[in-house]
Design a protein around this ligand. Structure first.
Ligand code: GYE
Length: 329
């Protein structure tokens, strides 16, 4: 939107300057695009895709915050493909944007393009997901959740819930293969359930963070495993897909098979309040305001912390009922 508005606004100023004919208008230097006079920061943002409710809320947050912070946002959706993100970043470098922000779909394979940005003197901010790179100078800061802690919270709840039980068989629906939240949520959960040897992960596969992926993988799990006690899904959408598969198999989600998910987006919280999910670990998608603040600082050459961690909680069914009316996403 701002992309379109800005050239119009600039040409309007240029017109005024022209019609002022002869008088040395103070508006002219600004109109010709000089850096002085509070020119809006231009941010190139490469989003992962539109795979989940979380992602939709995150995109909305970034777009709204850019608008209210007066940041001109160039936005592109990579449809969950790394090659598309690399293309978008290269095009932002060519366009000489002031700052690049992106949420890397997977952790590895970014060094070359990030080096190109660094050589062009364009600062990079990682938002939501991390990259796995030795070279920490390739980006200024990383804003997002602690995904290992999220996985631990999910596991801790299950350890408590499994007290006194003889064997608890878990199937895991993993996020996108190679993505930071998939790797870390798996790791944190595995760490926590070590405390209860009766908990066993009997199957674990990716559902790509989508509802349809979660449904498909859960259908296959149900066919090949006669006893499933718990589903641990790396996000709400895959958990919601699993609910459909469980119901289609004639079982009751939340009772016959317990479900733990991560995110706490609206549809997940509704299913939790309805008793179909048993526990949700929150992961906030509302990163826009903090991202714009960091961008302004980075562009101004101010120092920023190399890691900014999002604050989050977790919800039981009762807590979801109480929280739902005030949820923003
Ligand atoms: O949990 C999931 C989304 O990177 C934290 O990506 C994000 C994850 C989120 O698709 O729903």
């Amino acid at each position: 939107m701002l992309n379109k508005i800005l050239p119009v606004a600039v040409s309007a100023v240029a017109l005024v300057a022209l019609s002022a004919c002869g008088s040395s208008s103070a508006a002219t230097p600004g109109a010709s695009g000089g850096a002085a006079g509070g020119k809006a920061i231009v941010m190139g943002f490469s989003q992962v895709g539109a795979e989940s409710g979380w992602r939709t809320a995150n995109t909305k947050s970034v777009q709204e915050s850019a608008k209210s912070a007066g940041v001109e946002l160039k936005f592109s959706d990579a449809q969950q493909k790394q090659e598309n993100q690399i293309k978008a970043i290269r095009s932002y470098i060519q366009q000489k944007v002031d700052v690049i922000a992106f949420s890397p779909v997977v952790e590895t394979g970014w060094d070359t393009v990030l080096l190109e940005a660094k050589r062009a003197n364009i600062p990079v901010i990682l938002t939501d997901r991390a990259v796995d790179s030795e070279d920490k100078t390739l980006y200024k800061t990383f804003l997002g959740s602690d995904f290992i802690a999220e996985g631990k919270k999910a596991g801790d709840w299950l350890v408590k819930d499994s007290q006194g039980k003889s064997e608890v068989d878990v199937v895991e629906l993993q996020g996108t293969t190679g993505a930071a939240p998939a790797i870390d949520r798996k790791e944190g959960f595995a760490e926590a359930i070590k405390a209860a040897p009766q908990i066993k992960v009997i199957a674990s596969q990716t559902g790509d963070f989508t509802r349809s992926g979660g449904k498909q993988v859960m259908e296959a799990f149900l066919k090949s495993n006669p006893k499933i006690d718990v589903v641990y899904a790396h996000n709400d959408d895959m958990g919601l897909g699993a609910i459909e598969a469980i119901e289609a198999a004639g079982k009751v989600p939340g009772k016959d098979i317990k479900i733990i998910t991560v995110d706490a987006v609206h549809d997940g919280m509704q299913a939790l309040a309805d008793g179909k999910i048993n526990y949700i670990v929150e992961c906030s998608p509302l990163l826009g305001d903090q991202l714009m603040d960091l961008a302004k600082k980075v562009v101004a050459g101010e120092s920023v912390p190399e890691r900014v961690v999002t604050e989050e909680t977790a919800f039981t069914q009762e807590q979801a009922k109480a929280a739902l009316p005030q949820r923003k996403y």
